[in-house]
Design a protein around this ligand. Structure first.
Ligand code: B16
Ligand code: MG
Length: 213
């Protein structure tokens, strides 16, 4: 077997919290009079909360914003986002995703999360996914977010695996770059398939079963 472990991005791969990120950033951007579209939102996939705010503020042309104000904006966005997460349940994970994870485990693969999100534990709890993984590497454990490889290297370390034994599943271009920088192959789903930079493009989540025999 070429791979022994699979590291999954969370937002945009296992759960569709990307729509909640969009709505929470949009609420803040509207209040500040900044244009923010779905296309702008695609640039925020996989990147940290702080870096996301920097990207949104590229279109802000008012007075300089103090560090305290930035912290306030980050808290405001996260509060709105957490409110949406509070409504998530087991049903926010598709049967296809759950069945595929189960089959991969039965085949003997180790499974981990590699997410930039500091809300990872909360999302896994809400959706009853925690027990599906052997390790969780997330935004609370790293100092540099994707496209830096840190979150995936941490996941491999927690699993006790060499990077070349791990396949990363990602919806973000930044995540594909991070996987390659970690020395791992990447399977893209959704937006990340468009650049053609990943080693595999998935049309459906269960296509993973064809790659991981
Ligand atoms: P939080 P992923 C990423 O999750 C999101 O794609 C990205 O939009 C978000 O800014 C980042 O998490 C941080 O999230 O504000 O919850 O800490 O795709 O790496 O699972
Ligand atoms: Mg993602």
């Amino acid at each position: 077997m070429q791979y022994k472990a699979v590291i999954f991005d969370l937002d945009g791969v296992l759960v569709f919290t990307d729509k909640y990120h969009y709505l929470a950033w949009k609420k803040l951007a509207d209040r500040l009079g900044i244009e923010f579209t779905q296309k702008d939102n695609d640039r925020l996939r996989g990147v940290s909360r702080e870096e996301s705010l920097n990207i949104i503020l590229e279109k802000y042309h008012g007075d300089p914003i103090s560090d305290d104000k930035r912290k306030e904006y980050l808290k405001e966005k996260n509060d709105t986002y957490r409110e949406s997460l509070g409504g998530m349940t087991r049903d926010d994970v598709t049967k296809e995703v759950r069945a595929t994870l189960k089959k991969l485990r039965e085949k003997g693969y180790l499974l981990a999360i590699g997410s930039s999100s500091k809300n990872t534990s909360y999302i896994l709890e809400r959706t009853e996914l925690t027990d599906a993984f052997d390790a969780v590497s997330d935004g609370t454990m790293i100092t540099r977010s994707k496209p830096d490889p840190e979150v995936f290297l941490k996941a491999a370390e927690l699993l006790g695996m060499e990077p070349e034994s791990c396949l990363v599943v990602e919806d973000a271009d930044a995540g594909v770059t991070a996987a390659h920088a970690a020395g791992m192959d990447a399977a893209a789903i959704g937006t990340a398939t468009l650049s053609g930079r990943a080693d595999y493009n998935l049309t459906a989540f269960e296509d993973l079963l064809g790659i991981l025999e």
